[in-house]
Design a binder for this molecule. Sequence first.
Ligand code: TRP
Length: 337
Amino acid sequence: MSQQTFLTGITTTGTPHLGNYVGAIKPAIAASHAGGVDSYYFLADYHALIKCHDPAVVQRSTLEIAATWLALGLDTDHAVFYRQSDVPEITELTWLLTCHTAKGLMNRAHAYKAAVQENVDAGEDPDFAITMGLFSYPVLMAADILMFNATHVPVGRDQVQHLEMARDIAQRFNHHFGDLFALPEAVVDDDVAVLPGHDGRKMSKSYNNIIPLWLPEKKLRKSIMKIVTNSLEPGEPKETAGSALFAIYASFASAEQRQGMREAFAQGIAWGEAKQRTFELINAELASARERYEALMAEPARIEQALRDGAERARAYASPFMARIRQAVGIRPLAGS
Ligand code: TRP
């Protein structure tokens, strides 16, 4: 086993958008090609069930997100790419960890507290619509990580608390049963771009301002044309600071292209022209991956096979490790030692 194991989970909800691509998918795929470490990438479909109760949507999102990562070139020879629900050891471990997780620890989870606060603010019962899935989801996440003895877990800032909880849970378990688990660390990249959406706020499904990643060319162009600008006329110099269009262009551009666009803004490029250039840049980056994406979507059996192969590799690690953990806690054959 190499010293470093990278692991990251992708919750299979929603349709991927340019913000996901720039902020998470692209850097993670680049990292999958780095040598010298073990790496695991998985589709967190059990996590998706917390928020999504429509079976057709659960299945569809898993398909779209798997196709996205494969089309964009995730290195599945090197990285193990699997679907959480194909590795039953993870949910088995979840229960063992649950039995050692203080309820008070879960009470402090930001996501749970925010849900309670929303209820209180709305004059509802504090527990309104809060499931045990939402409440205990940090334990499932800890199992995802500890199952593979991950040491490095690339996540967004909002997930750092969950990593602290995973460490806490691992430490307690280790204290009780001997050193079974590596203590994982969050890896947060502060440099990754936060992409604005059409309206200039952070691109997010909840703001309804997203540009979906896999729009067909014409629709992608239309969507980019909708990015809000101001009423400055062609020929009038434009500010790059605070311009959503510039920020979106910049996150796909080379340093040289960025500089070129900066100059074009100073020289008063027309908004329509700046949008056209932005469309061309983004489209050039995505066009060949879009073809692969469409081909994969047309042949879900290939995706299914890739995920099953990944699960087999994941279980080659998880299954013997789970046997050791069961033994450690006393879930053992009754005959023999
Ligand atoms: N909860 C993470 C998110 O919403 C996704 C996730 C699930 C994850 N299990 C994980 C990330 C394990 C890292 C490790 O982004």
